[in-house]
Design a protein around this ligand. Structure first.
Ligand code: PAF
Length: 282
């Protein structure tokens, strides 16, 4: 695996290839990331990962400084998983000047749920993804692929819109959320949990499962289902931001006719904010 930091070195490393298969990450890799890399093996002629903790997508009171940075371990995992090129830019490589051109994703999609609780988050994500795509795919001669986890459901939806609206020659491929044996969605932020919190953490997914079951059972009031999930979490010392049932296509409020749905939740357990979701058809 070639490890490159500068944009020039990345372009030189990718020059012999036509079609990179790209997995962008912020590092502290887990099996969810490795599943994306395994999917990338099926596409393209070179597998590229990036590790960049993107300051732009963190709010002033969020965990940018504390975000786990495990570069040596990540390199070993990527190498073992068959990554060919790792792009690990320093801030000065990716943002040599203050990044004042920003991508503002459409309201409606980006100012709800995560966007409402993390103002600026999707501006930061969209801007860095656009920039990483420019870096990785600039020499691409045909349609290429980039890989994202479904755990960040709203993020992958926004990135799909970004690719469509800017006519980028990239197909977005998503992989199902990878879970621990007790159902907790794998996340770099799980490492913040204390032992007691880790034991409690699967409740988020259990509440989403209960919401899904209630919808499938024909319970009519979605607000009541959402309210029960919020109350259950609060009763177990969580601080939920949202527990909602939405249309899968655009995160709008479902009508009776909508079949393809997703339940999404975000909640704080102690200092750690966890998110999760489940897609289903009713
Ligand atoms: O999902 C992530 O790890 C990040 O939001 C991403 C897509 C790498 C952009 O920084």
């Amino acid at each position: 695996m070639q490890v490159v930091h500068s944009l020039d070195a990345l372009r030189a490393a990718l020059k012999p290839y036509d079609r990179p298969a790209f997995v962008p990450t912020m590092g502290n890799l887990h099996d969810g990331h490795l599943a994306l890399l395994a999917m990338a093996k099926e596409h393209g002629d070179v597998r590229v990962a990036s590790i960049f903790v993107n300051r732009l997508q963190f709010g002033p009171n969020e965990d940018f400084d504390a975000y786990p940075r495990t570069f040596e371990r990540d390199c070993a995992l990527l190498e073992a998983a068959g990554c060919d090129v790792l792009f690990a830019p320093r801030e000065a490589d990716l943002y040599p000047q203050a990044q004042t051109f920003l991508i503002h994703p459409p309201t409606g999609l980006a100012d709800v749920l995560e966007g409402a609780f993390r103002p600026g988050f999707f501006v930061g994500v969209s801007t860095v993804v656009m920039k990483l795509f420019q870096c990785v795919f600039s020499g691409t001669k045909t349609q290429a692929h980039a890989f994202f986890g479904e755990k960040d459901f709203q993020q992958q939806l926004i990135i799909r819109h970004l690719v469509t609206q800017f006519a980028l020659p990239v197909t977005i491929v998503t992989s199902p959320t990878i879970r621990e044996s007790d159902g907790l969605a794998m996340s770099s932020r799980n490492s913040y949990l204390s032992e007691a919190e880790r034991a409690e953490a699967p409740r988020l997914q259990a509440c989403l499962q209960a919401m899904l079951a209630a919808v499938k059972a024909g319970q009519q009031s979605l607000e009541a289902i959402e309210g029960t999930a919020m109350a259950t979490l609060r009763a177990h010392q969580w601080q939920p931001d949202y527990m909602v049932i939405r249309r899968r296509e655009d995160l709008g409020m479902p009508t009776d006719r909508d079949r393809a749905l997703v339940v999404l939740g975000a909640a704080k357990l102690g200092r750690t904010r966890l998110i999760d979701n489940l897609s289903f058809d009713r």
